[in-house]
Ligand binder design. Structure first.
Ligand code: COA
Length: 185
């Protein structure tokens, strides 16, 4: 990162030790896709079965931003002083109908090599600040069975467990429960 860019990042973003949070750009999508595609491959935190293509990732970026939803990235510097995307958080439509426009669903994904360093907490915190700025009222999370880290994180921010839908997901040849959490802003 150039000195000017680093200064700009420090003044316009939130920092945690070696990490900065800033709004994502299209240029971040290849790295975001790597994070998401790894989760798709190994876990039920994402219910897609196959990897997202570059085109699909860019379409997701455009529709999210055009829909008025934020995407944030946490970045750090790699071995070659290049900017590395360590995780991201985003909001998306909860349901398309007009009356649900003040409700959004959140996602937080941290690259497995950058977990347990407070990044999930940092990205969710900044996402909730963005959500408030954008006048959202209710933030929903859908947490798959066994995802203790995600449930812990949600509760830490005051999300209320609304209930668990049993076996509404199916992946890796098994049924998966999903617990819904909600925070009113
Ligand atoms: C869930 C996830 C976002 C947490 O990110 P993270 O950066 O590792 O979390 P943090 O370091 O900010 O930890 C926040 C708290 O969660 C708890 N936590 C983190 N990982 C945990 C784990 N594997 N099991 C139990 N608790 C855990 C910690 O106790 C931590 O609190 P502490 O710092 O006081 O110990 C991350 O594990 C992830 O990306 N998982 C895959 C994608 C996913 O499940 N996303 C959520 C669905 S939207």
């Amino acid at each position: 990162m150039s000195e000017t860019k680093a200064t700009a990042a420090a003044t316009t973003s939130s920092r945690s030790s070696n990490y900065s949070v800033r709004p994502a750009t299209e240029a971040d999508m290849p790295q975001i896709d790597v994070i998401v595609n790894n989760e798709i491959k190994v876990s039920v935190s994402n219910f897609n079965y196959g990897p997202r293509s570059i085109e699909e990732g860019l379409a997701w970026f455009k529709s999210t931003i055009d829909g008025g939803y934020p995407i944030l990235v946490a970045t750090t510097l790699g071995d070659q002083q290049q900017e590395v995307v360590a995780g991201y958080s985003s909001l998306s439509s909860f349901r398309q109908k007009d009356g649900f426009r003040f409700t959004a669903e959140y996602s937080v994904y941290i690259h497995h090599e950058h977990r347990k360093r407070g990044l999930g907490r940092l990205l969710l915190k900044e996402l909730l600040v963005e959500a408030k700025k954008r006048n959202f009222h209710a933030i929903i999370g859908s947490i798959s069975g066994g995802n203790d880290a995600s449930l812990f994180l949600a509760k830490e921010f005051g999300f209320r467990v609304v209930g668990t839908m049993r076996e509404n997901g199916h992946k890796f040849d098994q049924w998966v429960d999903n617990t819904f959490v909600e925070l009113l802003l």
